[in-house]
Write a protein that binds this ligand. Structure first.
Ligand code: FES
Length: 132
């Protein structure tokens, strides 16, 4: 784990752990929540996924979006479009957004998560779920 160099970094770390605790507390209800997964493979982190993750945690906390859970995931196979986030709104197919910056993360929450408005930057999903 990297050293904490400022009060802001400590606060961000606190929010991340708080978010993880929230996931555990909300665990029984997950299918009713908006789930945002930030891809944190090496390529994602190198492209700024950590900053995007921190921004999302801040936005959700500041706006008190209690129906939104943020988590991290590993490789989703979209190196070319990192940072990527997957947003799963209950009752809808998950959507993957690519090249997400802190500003784009704010826009995605404001437009897609809160209002269901689709935005540019959606990556066509190239895999299928195995049903059998
Ligand atoms: S290593 Fe980059 S998406 Fe898998």
């Amino acid at each position: 784990m990297a050293k904490i160099k400022s009060l802001d970094e400590l606060k961000q770390l606190r929010e991340q752990f708080k978010s993880k605790v929230d996931i555990r507390e909300k665990g029984d209800n997950m299918e009713k929540l908006v789930q945002i997964r930030v891809a944190m493979a090496t390529c994602g982190i190198a492209s700024g996924a950590r900053e995007v993750m921190n921004a999302l945690v801040d936005i959700v906390a500041n706006e008190k979006l209690d129906n939104v859970v943020i988590s991290q995931t590993g490789c989703m196979g979209y190196c070319y479009a990192e940072p990527t986030i997957e947003v799963a709104i209950p009752g809808e197919e998950p959507v993957v957004f690519g090249e997400v910056t802190v500003e784009r993360a704010k826009e995605i929450v404001e437009k897609y998560v809160k209002n269901g408005e689709l935005l540019d930057g959606i990556i066509p999903v190239s895999h299928k779920t195995v049903d059998e």
